[in-house]
Design a protein around this ligand. Sequence first.
Ligand code: F6R
Length: 244
Amino acid sequence: MNIIKAKTLNDFYSIAAWKIAAQIIQKPDSVIGLATGRTTGSIHKALAAIFDAHPFDTSRVTFFGMDEITGVDREYFGSCYYMLLHEVVLPLHVPMENYIMPPTRSDDFAREGENFIRAIRDRGPVDLQVLGIGENGHIGFNQPGTPFNSTVFLGRMEETLETRIRRESNTPDDVDLGGLTIGIQDAMHSRRILLVANGSNKTAIIKRAVEGPVTIDCPASILQLHPFCDVVVDPEAAADLTQR
Ligand code: F6R
């Protein structure tokens, strides 16, 4: 792993955003997997600012979101589709046909998952997969205990997240909420990985992911075995790291 400890939180956002911009500048037809959340949301804002200040060719880049909430409308502001559309795809003027997401509603998510992963593979190998990390080590909806060889699947949601999404999206209790996610094996097949974490709530898990044993109890720990994984952390998330 290549660990990059940013000196400030702003540097953290900027370094991570420039890594995504550099990927597109170096290879304009890159296939890039994104993640949603507070961490990546701020990185995407920094990426949009870079694009405004230093426009680069985004007509051939393909973006996809690594996971999606199921059981809500796509138009719900918390769906991954909605967030990535407004944070990255529209600000960077990416053609809509180059934005790949699974649907939020379907009667057959096994089929949707297969279609999703096939649509990504049809574009070629994934050049860069951006990953956030949950406080329990999850990546996408790959929660602790998920086998390392998992491929796209409909995963479960943590209870607190489910409660919030149900409230925000006015989803009644009899409608199932879930998370369609690319698997750990799918993410590991990417050419490069960019793992990002900031804040004191990520200090402990970043130490486990980067310096702890590789174990399914901490899904992100498998990234230690990826040949090209950058880990960008702010001073708070990096606080307990002994490495470098
Ligand atoms: C969501 C995803 C999740 C988040 C993780 C961190 O698409 O992939 O793994 O990256 O839950 O979320 P924040 O940044 O909100 O702490």
